[in-house]
Design a protein around this ligand. Structure first.
Ligand code: NI
Ligand code: MN
Length: 227
């Protein structure tokens, strides 16, 4: 059983594992980098890391069309439930066995206000253990924090890390994050969507390859990676 990751640009990621489709931070319609239409996506579960529009994205319309369950923090789930969306809420440090695997919420240093000004609780990252034991860390929007070492102690097979700067880690801090996390594979995200977060992912990849044991996969929006 393999897990297939699709990067839709920005922080939007699809995961296909054990017959389940999971969509993470589905910013598709207003995402200038996206190569798909939101209507083409048929997730069973949607994970939302925080309330910002470039992560919440098309969550409500996709969840209503497909009946997908949205997993997020308590505040975002409450806001979504009022709009008729099926939800499961968790919080940082807490994990739950879902049909696709075990999902734990991790710390993320960021904000989480919802588009209408409602409180979106605390931003989170996701640590997924697939049913065949692969560990996937999706950092969400975050600055660097030393406790990434603790996440690394779990043994990360694949990490998706923001490198765009301005709102999240820059390439230098993302390199330090790789050293803390020691993942086998790493994918840079949250860059080149807009001018403000433009970065040279290939030069970051060379640096990471030189200084760590991780294998970097620089994807183009729409590209897939099989774990
Ligand atoms: Ni954000
Ligand atoms: Mn963001």
């Amino acid at each position: 059983m393999s897990t297939e990751l699709t990067w839709y640009g920005h922080a939007a990621i699809g995961l296909k594992t054990g017959g389940f489709n999971i969509l993470v931070d589905p910013f598709i319609t207003d995402n200038p980098a996206a190569t798909v239409n939101a209507d083409q996506l048929k997730p069973d579960f949607i994970l939302v890391s925080h309330g910002h529009g470039d992560h919440l994205g098309d969550t409500v319309s996709i969840a209503k069309r497909t009946g997908a369950m949205v997993i997020s923090n308590h505040e975002i789930c409450g806001w979504l439930a009022k709009q008729g969306v099926k939800t499961h809420s968790q919080h940082i440090g807490g994990g739950h066995k879902h049909p696709f695997g075990y999902l734990k919420f991790t710390l993320a240093l960021h904000g989480s206000g919802l588009p209408d000004g409602s409180c979106g609780g605390n931003p989170v990252g996701f640590l997924i253990t697939t049913n065949d034991g692969k560990k996937i860390y999706l950092a969400g929007d975050t600055g660097l924090f030393g406790d990434m070492r603790l996440i690394g102690e779990e043994g990360i097979d694949l990490a998706a890390l923001p490198i765009g700067d301005n709102f999240t880690m820059d390439p230098f801090d993302a390199l330090r994050a790789v050293k803390f996390l020691t993942p086998k594979h790493v994918i840079p995200i949250h860059y080149n969507t807009f001018e403000l977060i433009s970065q040279d992912a290939d030069s970051w990849s060379s640096q990471v390859t030189k200084e760590t044991g991780a294998t970097v996969h620089v994807l183009k929006p729409g590209d897939k990676f099989s774990l």
